[in-house]
Design a binder for this molecule. Structure first.
Ligand SMILES: Nc1ncnc2c1ncn2[C@@H]1O[C@H](COP(=O)(O)OP(=O)(O)O)[C@@H](O)[C@H]1O
Ligand SMILES: [Mg+2]
Length: 256
């Protein structure tokens, strides 16, 4: 095990690049620990998010995940690296045999354990359905996404772990003060939150008045922190999974 001090300050050695990445994202190692490293200098400018702080949003998303206590986001922190300051995240070896989100022929939609999101036509003119599993771990991720206002929950940003746990990654597009929820996890639309999910929201809201609020204030603007608190309060008082709204797309593109 690499110590916390080493994870913060030990040498970060680059070993590769993440292929699907839209930004300059690297695979690396600190001692024996495998990490993802995304330098701020490698962030691609976006029209709707300010420059130079996607890494901070990833760190903020981790802190919120910790406040929920659901281990959605792998440990994420800010530090220096070979390409300058950026975010570092523990690498999680996912199970190639499992998919939490899938595209299936429309007539093959499983009847149990899966939820239907939308239908479309694939490149061979076949009708296909986007589905995701109906599991507590994925539901918790969906709750997390609603409050952090995740604008990029695509299939590739969900890691299916061998033991059934699901991790979310790539949280640079979060915490915008305007509604930006773009996700493939719409399967619980209109369903009531469970007692456990409501308790998670209460934990986050409670900590927002203390340590979590202080930590987020160092990573986000005051308006973004206020908007985050308001989303927590709204979801808590409605108590159900919201429907898409606004005129932007409700799903990310590509979907995977
Ligand atoms: N912490 C992680 N553990 C395991 N796989 C990861 C992790 N972070 C990212 N990945 C994998 O790498 C891919 C690209 O990473 P991502 O964070 O989406 O980078 P980018 O910001 O460049 O899009 C992800 O889709 C996922 O498959
Ligand atoms: Mg990505």
């Amino acid at each position: 095990m690499t110590s916390a001090a080493d994870l913060d300050r030990g040498e970060l050695e680059l070993t590769g690049r993440l292929m699907s990445a839209s930004n300059a994202s690297f695979l690396g190692r600190i001692g024996g620990t495998v990490v993802v490293y995304k330098p701020v200098a490698g962030e691609r400018p976006l029209w709707d998010f300010p420059d130079g702080n996607l890494a901070h949003r990833e760190a903020a998303a981790y802190l919120v995940s910790e406040a929920f206590g659901w281990n959605v986001v792998p440990r994420t922190w800010l530090r220096d690296g070979p390409h300058g300051f950026g975010m570092v995240q523990l690498w999680q070896e996912s199970d190639p045999e499992q998919d939490a989100v899938d595209l299936v022929a429309a007539e093959n939609t499983p009847e149990q354990g899966w939820l239907h999101v939308l239908d479309g036509i694939d490149e061979h003119d076949q009708e296909v359905s986007l589905i995701h599993e109906d599991s507590p771990a994925l539901r918790r991720m969906a709750v997390f996404d609603i409050v952090v206002n995740n604008a990029d929950r695509k299939g590739a940003h969900i890691l299916a772990m061998k033991d059934g746990h699901r991790h979310g990654v790539d949280h640079g597009l979060t915490f915008h003060k305007e509604h930006k929820l773009r996700t493939v996890l719409w399967g619980w639309l209109g369903e009531k939150l469970t007692a456990e999910e409501l308790e998670g929201l209460d934990r986050v809201r409670g900590q927002l008045s203390g340590v979590l609020g202080d930590a987020l204030a160092a990573l986000l603007t005051p308006l973004e922190v206020d908007a985050f608190a308001a989303r927590c309060d709204q979801l808590r008082s409605e108590g159900t999974f919201p429907a898409p709204h606004g005129d932007m797309s409700a799903v990310p593109w590509p979907l995977f």
